[in-house]
Design a protein. Structure first.
Length: 71
């Protein structure tokens, strides 16, 4: 539980989760933003968005390779 949310429920939007995962893929994040994400975002949501992002990334790489090596 945090002081801002005494009920213990985490309230994070989909956009905030996508941004956090994106910054995680890029590898840079301010510590204050990281701590705020830990407090507000659900780990299950982060995992789900991360898996979707990985699938999109791999699919994009496959399409890029097919485009480059196509006759």
């Amino acid at each position: 539980m945090s002081a801002a949310d005494p009920s213990g429920a985490r309230k994070g939007s989909l956009l905030r989760t996508v941004k956090a995962v994106g910054w995680g893929f890029f590898g840079v994040r301010k510590d204050s933003d990281y701590q705020e994400d830990i407090a507000k975002l659900s780990p299950l949501h982060i995992i789900a968005v991360g898996l979707v992002a990985v699938m999109l990334f791999v699919g994009g790489l496959i399409l890029l390779v097919k485009f480059v090596v196509a006759p």
